[in-house]
Design a protein around this ligand. Structure first.
Ligand SMILES: CC(C)(COP(=O)(O)OP(=O)(O)OC[C@H]1O[C@@H](n2cnc3c(N)ncnc32)[C@H](O)[C@@H]1OP(=O)(O)O)[C@@H](O)C(=O)NCCC(=O)NCCS
Length: 140
């Protein structure tokens, strides 16, 4: 592998290609373009000419940060690419956070990927002290 990581270079087409390799997409190109424009940070991982993975951060850049769209194409999974992506995202958050503050990093793990994220210090909810994460999907 000759892995290269590009920061803030994720395009709509690259996003679609990588994401479709791991799940079905329900978003329009327009919506994806707006989403990418509004993220705080993203990385795309390339091996030679091949797109192999991506990861993004959305949030307010101060108190709340969310890892989104961390994905590695199936034939590259289990080779350490996901670790590189999450490390890069975590480094960005750490370096962008204000000194002498606490800041919260959240994510929604894909089913069965919880252990992957635990390796980076994430904990599952609900637990003894905290309720579950909750979501709602709306249509317009
Ligand atoms: C989850 C994902 C990002 C992990 O990336 P990856 O490149 O396969 O993971 P890595 O090879 O970097 O693994 C890093 C570590 O996590 C572990 N790990 C990875 N996936 C794991 C899993 N599902 N369960 C337990 N451990 C896991 C690895 O064994 C490795 O451990 P080690 O460092 O102690 O050896 C990737 O598998 C992926 O994109 N999967 C599809 C996600 C998906 O379906 N998303 C749905 C979107 S709708």
């Amino acid at each position: 592998m000759n892995i290269e990581i590009y920061e803030n270079k994720l395009t709509v087409n690259s996003y679609i290609e990588i994401k479709e390799s791991v799940c079905k997409i329900n978003n329009s190109k327009l919506q994806i373009a707006k989403s990418l424009k509004n993220d705080l940070y993203d990385v795309v991982v390339i091996d030679g000419n091949k797109l192999v993975g991506m990861g993004r951060i959305v949030g307010d850049g101060a108190i709340y940060w969310y890892l989104q769209d961390v994905a590695v194409i199936p034939e590259y999974q289990g080779k350490g690419v996901g670790r590189i992506i999450v490390k890069k995202l975590m480094d960005y958050i750490y370096s962008s956070s204000l000194s002498d503050t606490k800041t919260t990093i959240g994510l929604m793990a894909a089913k069965g990927k919880e252990e992957f994220y635990k390796k980076f210090g994430f904990i599952e909810r609900p637990n003894d002290d905290q309720g579950p994460g909750m979501i709602q999907i709306i249509s317009k």
